[in-house]
Design a binder for this molecule. Structure first.
Ligand code: ADP
Ligand code: MG
Length: 330
């Protein structure tokens, strides 16, 4: 897809640990069109964060290593870019928001200085000019009496306010792509909604594409245009948000949707998917979901399925949808 803004192809990221080689991300292919929001979902440990870290060039190495693939951003392979160009792209063309703003913000620098920094570093703006713009951005992300907060330190703000500061920092250079890894997970439900609608509003206004990682399918349903479902380091299903919710194809996606708490259905998860995600260091034999899959048959335990396009626009990695299934398993 040459018109994609971000095009990840065959990305594999391995971690070399004392327990063996952890295949955190295995042959992942994903693409995001300009202005589009792609939701990336899946249980904890399935490789969502490592995939995003690879996009922004921040996979910890060692122990991590990108062993295969391409990450094309505006046509250019980021995996081949030198560290200096990567630094330029990151923060200017690709903005990032992470789950815990306290670790991303520098505790000894003022909010104003940190929000202004990308303008100074990437756009060569003078510090006083950048500070004025930072104040406007703090106002834009609805931090009350923004100008007076420029001199505040991160610990003086609430969690929600810190996350707004992160959004201002990520968006201030008007990036083409915003990468948001569980941006609201640490916040309470009311704040989550406010922050997400703020992000949606800014993204529409600036026409920014977004890679939104979350384990909250409700958030995805409200925000994303397309969804990729990850399991054990692979993309097992990818589809438009409506078709995916209306008719999930992969048994894992079906399980995830059933475990989604519904409005008025009370608290907690109704149907957890039984079993656990295989460890990244476990040897692969067949489909990684076979051990938990209610529809698994012999072939699933033997052969590893790959992501195939089915029913025109749907992509799924599951032998139930293999066109040659009839011949293979009579
Ligand atoms: N620094 C690391 N060292 C070793 N293994 C790691 C490291 N970071 C991530 N992993 C492994 O990579 C896999 C995917 O992790 P991650 O992308 O963080 O999952 P998710 O974000 O979907 O919860 C996990 O099995 C995790 O143990
Ligand atoms: Mg994560």
């Amino acid at each position: 897809m040459s018109d994609a803004l971000l095009d990840i192809r065959g990305l594999s990221v391995h971690f070399h640990t004392p327990e063996g080689v952890g295949r955190a991300v295995e042959s992942v292919s994903l693409s995001i069109a300009p202005g589009e929001t792609l939701g990336l979902v899946g249980e904890s440990g399935c490789g969502k964060s490592v995939t995003t870290l690879a996009v922004v060039g921040l996979v910890p190495s060692p122990p991590g290593r990108i062993v295969a693939g391409e990450i094309r951003f505006q046509g250019r392979d980021l995996l081949k870019a030198d560290p200096e160009s990567l630094r330029r792209i990151r923060g200017r063309e690709i903005g990032m928001i992470f789950q815990e703003p306290m670790t991303a913000l520098n505790p000894v620098l003022t909010i104003g200085r940190q929000v202004a920094e990308p303008l100074v570093a990437h756009l060569g703006m003078s510090r006083s000019e950048a500070l004025k713009k930072a104040a406007r951005w703090l106002d834009r992300v609805r931090i009350p009496s923004a100008a007076s907060r420029l001199g505040a330190y991160p610990h003086e703000l609430s969690g929600g306010m810190r996350q707004r500061v992160m959004i201002a920092m990520a968006m201030i250079c008007r990036p083409r792509l915003l990468v948001a890894d569980e941006p609201t997970t640490a916040l309470d439900v009311t704040l989550q909604r406010q922050i997400l609608s703020l992000m949606a509003e800014l993204k529409t206004e600036l026409d920014t594409a977004m890679l939104l990682i979350t384990h909250d399918l409700g958030v995805v349903a409200q925000t994303a245009g397309r969804v990729a479902v990850m399991y054990a380091g692979r993309v097992v299903e990818c589809a438009g948000v409506r078709p995916l919710f209306a008719e999930p194809l992969h048994p894992y996606t079906q399980g995830l949707l059933q475990s989604m708490p519904r409005l008025g259905a009370g608290r907690g998860r109704l149907h957890e998917i039984p079993g656990t995600v295989p460890a990244a260091t476990d040897p692969i034999g067949g489909c990684p979901f076979a051990g938990r899959c209610p529809s698994a048959f012999d072939r699933c335990r033997r052969d590893d399925p790959v992501l195939e396009t089915v029913r025109q626009k749907r992509q799924v990695s599951c032998w139930l949808y293999d066109p040659s299934k009839q011949e293979a398993d009579p």
